[in-house]
Ligand binder design. Structure first.
Ligand code: NI
Length: 192
């Protein structure tokens, strides 16, 4: 196991689409996923995509802590590695929530995301993973899979006035705008 160096916004590996993994059961992929999990937990964060550790492959690791849930369908998710994940929105409903990212240390902003999505992926042992995700779980998956397409969360923001340094935002905490409350994520800045 090893801690990996995290690329920050501006590094070209974060802005190019990542390549599909041709052999998901290659032991090198399992090793990459293990090192990504260690790096994510050390950071600490709840999600990490391979381009964030300078590896341009479609691999994501994430988990959803119990208690970090936003609705009844949303629940904790164990540490999971996804290879070649594909997301499909289950309907058109969007929600706003605050996001932060290990590649933009110290910053956060309000980002619109689909509330409910379907996930299909493989794990590093070749098993098929199929999940339906809502709330914070759906948000984490969309944030991480965006990394695989070279998209960082500020590129999804509709109003950059909520983008800024988390320290300043917490220090000068005011109520989030009404429209932002849906995900109840206003005070949560776990990094993805
Ligand atoms: Ni991120």
């Amino acid at each position: 196991m090893a801690l990996l160096k995290i690329a920050r916004m501006g590094h070209p590996v974060l802005s190019r689409p990542a390549d599909p993994v041709t052999d998901p059961t290659d032991p090198a992929i399992a090793m990459l996923a293990e090192n990504m999990m260690e790096t994510m937990l050390d950071a600490p964060g709840v999600g990490l995509a391979a381009p964030q550790v300078h590896v341009p492959l479609r691999v994501v690791v994430y988990y959803v802590p119990e208690g970090r849930t936003t609705d009844e369908e949303d629940h904790g998710v164990d540490l999971t590695a996804l290879v070649n994940p594909v997301l499909t929105p289950l309907d058109d409903e969007m929600g706003m929530g605050r996001e932060a990212c290990l590649s933009l240390p110290g910053m956060s902003g309000l980002v619109p995301r689909y509330k409910r999505i379907g996930l299909k992926a493989l794990d590093p042992f070749g098993n098929i993973i199929e999940r339906e995700a809502s709330g914070f779980h759906a948000r984490v998956l969309q944030h991480e899979c965006d990394h695989l397409d070279g998209i960082l969360y500020p590129m999804r923001m509709e109003d950059l006035s909520s983008f800024g340094y988390t320290e300043e935002q917490v220090h000068h905490e005011t109520e989030e705008p009404e429209t932002a409350g849906e995900d109840d994520a206003a005070t949560d800045r776990r990094r993805l």
